[in-house]
Write a protein that binds this ligand. Structure first.
Ligand code: SF4
Length: 275
């Protein structure tokens, strides 16, 4: 069986940077990550072995050092950290940081902020914070249609991992309604390239594996995209979820992986298939 691994499979630049920054911390009491550094248990349990655990709130913990993951956080977290003399290791992805700066600036200049994204996603919660928690957030064109937008100037940005097609539909709707927005393309190329490569790969294989946690939104999106081009697409967290039947009559298998999937998981899966 031929195995083709996507070149873009696995950690993107921002996640690799955040994971490296977290692991660069020597064992030290009261060091935490603000939320899991990535959606991957292999990585989070390795960090726990170094004594670094994830917390969702500063409150209730004695925190000396706080590592902020690539998703970024709202200004409130920095304020609380500074007020309590907590050392902050800021591993926010520079691309997300850029959105924070835009939102902060446009908000100060009297713009309303419209975000294409999932309101429950930590990246969006963080971005919303930079717009004083007053941003308009729509996950798709349907949600946008159901919204009553005020009269005024708008900045329109998107969650970095969002599908371009969804954002394009929203932009088309805004144009149709004559709602003028200043659009800044904030979709990250790492996501786009990984998604495009998944399409090309899914079209040429009999079976496609998307490695990553189903709780990671970029892995889920990768799965959806792959599945629409290759019916036999499986989303698995690692080799332990594979079985022989999945590859019945399969000549070519394609492998891609979400932004939070370590290389070790890809290697493990390849070894399983080769076996
Ligand atoms: S997907 Fe892009 S924006 Fe998100 S962490 Fe990776 S490099 Fe940064």
């Amino acid at each position: 069986m031929e195995i083709i691994i996507a070149k873009t499979a696995g950690f993107c630049f921002g996640v690799k940077r955040a994971v490296d920054m977290a692991f660069a911390n020597e064992y030290q009491k009261n060091t935490y990550t603000y939320g899991p550094i990535i959606h991957n248990e292999v990585v989070t349990s390795a960090l726990e072995k170094k004594g670094i655990y994830a917390i969702d709130e500063i409150e209730g913990h004695e925190v000396e050092k706080l590592i902020i993951r690539s998703h970024g956080v709202s200004p409130e977290v920095y304020e609380k950290g500074n007020a309590q003399n907590i050392e902050i290791v800021d591993a926010t992805c520079p691309y997300v940081k850029k959105i924070h700066r835009y939102v902060e600036k446009y908000d100060k200049n009297g713009y309303y902020i419209l975000i294409a994204g999932n309101a429950d996603h930590p990246e969006i919660k963080g971005i919303n914070g930079w717009g004083r928690d007053k941003c308009y957030i729509a996950k798709d064109v349907e949600e946008l249609k159901a919204m009553t937008l005020p009269e005024g100037k708008f900045l329109f940005v998107a969650q970095t991992t969002y599908k371009k097609e969804v954002v394009d539909q929203m932009r088309a709707y805004l144009a149709e309604k004559g709602i003028e927005v200043e659009y800044i393309n904030t979709i990250c190329n790492a996501t786009k390239e990984r998604q495009e490569e998944a399409v090309t790969l899914a079209e040429q294989v009999d079976c496609m594996l998307v490695l990553g946690s189903p709780s990671s939104s970029n892995t889920r999106k990768l799965y959806e995209i792959s599945q629409s081009h290759c019916k036999r697409t499986y989303c698995v967290t690692g080799a332990s979820q594979l079985n022989r039947e999945m590859f019945d009559n399969c000549q070519k298998v394609g492998i891609t992986a979400g932004a939070s999937t370590p290389q070790s998981v890809i290697d493990e899966v390849v070894a399983y298939i080769n076996q």
